[in-house]
Design a protein around this ligand. Structure first.
Ligand code: PEP
Ligand code: MG
Length: 566
């Protein structure tokens, strides 16, 4: 990847950093970065506070703890669903008298506030761990509060992702999915990371939030907080200190293009009327409501595991049903495809108890968890069936990480026993190769091109270095998509694509030409995809698909498609 290449339209002092484009869009704003977690041990050896200064030290502590609680409550008020609940529970714990009193007692005995915080929390961490169960699950929250209070006392930035009061571009080495999920697109107007690939879950969430995003940006670490940058998520560039007038023009141009796209209102069809449903990928009720504001015809992928990333304990069937019903209600009377938990690999769930594995992407993830813990899947299906009952919906339900026809048969039978319509994801090459045999057991399949690319190319989807290999335009990946689409057509069963490939308007046309029957992408990409498909005929899509299947590289495949589709 080229790091510091000069740009033609920007002043000579502008450095243009290149990365992998993830979410199109242009933004110009100052850089912010996540705060570092303070090293609690460095306060251990601090000298005692002289007695006359101890009341003031207690006040300093109280003020820091209440600032932390207030910020958490403020964030909870701006969040929705599970994120709001987690944040307000943490805020309540930050104000809990038990640990505050323990810390104040230590200050009264001479401890500086930072050390008192570290030690009072350590005391409660031990106590909670011994109590086990729900109490033990609060240990992570306590440690989070400790880090926030110590940072506040030490005058350091709040650990984790900051909440700026004006539009800013968040630059980070990498972000945890849970951090990304809480971002507010009103103030975080751009996202750039040094690590990560285009199909990492951080990138997926950025796409869902519609925040212009570039990943794997070489040289980004050297860009200081406060520096003005112009991010172009379509080009995959971050321009450092560009000319302000030129940056404003680039932002205006991007907004103008966005307005043109906004004229497309669905439903998905080629210029000559061949229907291909354009659906949205969502992760909770709030995202589904946001997707409802776009021309998306339904939900092609509800990633249920993303609802529970912060959970220490498995949510009850009732609670799960409530969450799933929110999505079903948002798309009442429309198609909704719910995916059962795809926990593991880069989305571990605490309550699943993942084993330590050398290669978690090749390990016990997705439907494979059900072999050792069938009740977890059964409870989820029970919850989905309950949500369907409550909302009079008929959701389709699919399993992730299916490798064999036997697994599809087992999942199909189990899902039907709950009165639900079963399908599976095709994201492992073995499943694409034997899609005909898999389709014998289920009513539909949906191709997950992110994992299909990872496993076909033997390239980690999280790796920035291997991003060219995990490109969904790789002809080998598209050959497997073609096989799967043919298998579906032969038996008249739907074959969707719900991986990030469906978010690329040009590739969406190629997928249509390959015989894919629906496309599901981040809500922010729905209009771009639908608008592009509406400009081409089915024959053009088929010609582009044929041309792409004859190429040898991802770049050739793109060029071949552009030559046919414009
Ligand atoms: C995929 O692999 O393409 C997919 C849609 O699933 P996820 O990205 O959640 O692994
Ligand atoms: Mg997948």
């Amino acid at each position: 990847m080229t790091a510091l290449s000069p740009s033609t339209s920007l002043p000579p002092q502008t450095r243009v950093l290149s990365g992998v484009p993830v979410v199109a869009g242009v933004a110009y704003a100052p850089v912010i970065r996540p705060g570092r977690i303070p090293d609690a041990s460095r306060f251990q050896g601090a000298t005692d506070i002289p007695e006359p200064e101890r009341p003031a030290e207690t006040e300093r502590f109280r003020s820091a703890a209440s600032t932390v609680a207030r910020r958490l409550l403020d964030r909870a008020a701006h969040a929705t669903g599970a994120a709001a609940e987690v944040l307000s529970a943490t805020a309540t714990l930050a104000q809990d008298r038990a640990w505050l009193t323990a810390a104040e007692k230590r200050i009264a005995d001479g401890d500086p506030a930072e050390r008192a915080t570290v030690e009072a929390v350590a005391q409660f961490v031990e106590l909670f761990s011994q109590l086990g169960g729900l109490m033990a699950e609060r240990v992570t929250d306590l440690r989070d509060i400790r880090d926030r209070v110590v940072a506040e006392l030490a005058g350091l930035p709040e650990p984790g992702v900051p909440r700026p009061s004006s539009p800013s571009i968040l630059c980070a080495e990498d972000l945890a999915p849970a951090d990304t999920a809480g971002l507010d697109p009103e103030v975080i107007v751009g996202l750039a990371t040094t690590l990560g690939g285009p199909t990492s879950h951080t990138a997926i969430i950025a796409r869902q939030l519609g925040i212009p995003c570039v990943v794997a940006v070489a040289g980004l670490d050297e860009v200081a907080v406060g520096t003005m940058v112009l991010i172009d998520g379509g080009q995959g560039t971050v321009s450092v200190e560009p000319d302000a007038a030129e940056a404003a023009r680039a932002t205006e141009r991007a907004q103008h293009d966005a307005r043109l796209l906004a004229n497309w209102a669905g439903p998905g069809a080629t210029a000559d009327g061949h229907r291909v449903a354009v659906l949205a990928n969502v992760q909770d009720g709030a995202a589904a409501q946001a997707a409802r504001q776009t021309p998306a015809e339904g939900v092609g992928l509800f990633r249920t595991e993303l609802c529970f990333l912060n959970r220490d304990a498995e949510p009850s069937v009732d609670e799960q049903a409530k969450i799933y019903a929110e999505v079903l209600r948002a798309f009442s009377g429309r198609k909704v495809v719910i995916r059962t938990l795809d926990a593991g690999s880069d989305k571990p769930l605490k309550f699943v108890g993942h084993p330590d594995e050398a290669n978690p992407a090749l390990g016990v993830r997705g439907v494979r968890i059900a072999a050792g813990n069938p009740e977890l899947l059964e409870r989820q299906l029970e919850a989905i069936a309950a949500a369907a009952d409550q909302t009079a919906a008929r959701p389709w339900v699919m399993a992730p990480m299916i490798a064999t026809a036997e697994e599809a048969e087992r999942f199909g039978a189990l899902t039907r026993s709950y009165g639900l319509t079963p399908g599976v994801m095709i994201e492992i090459p073995a499943a694409a190769l034997l899609a005909d045999r898999i389709l014998a057991h289920v009513d539909f399949v949906s191709i997950g091109t992110n994992d299909l690319a990872q496993y076909t190319m033997a390239a980690d989807r999280m790796s920035a270095e291997l991003a060219a290999l995990t490109d969904p335009w790789q002809p080998a990946v598209l050959a497997l998509v073609s096989m799967t689409a043919k298998a579906g057509a032969a038996v008249g069963k739907p074959v969707g694509v719900c991986g990030e490939a469906a978010a690329d308007p040009l590739l969406a046309c190629v997928l249509t030409g390959l015989g894919v029957t629906s496309l599901s992408c981040a809500a922010a990409a729905v209009t771009g995809v639908g608008a592009k498909i509406a400009t081409v005929t089915l024959q053009q899509c088929r010609d582009a698909a044929d041309a792409v299947l004859g190429t040898a590289t991802a770049a050739e495949a793109r060029d071949a498609a552009r030559a046919v589709l414009g």
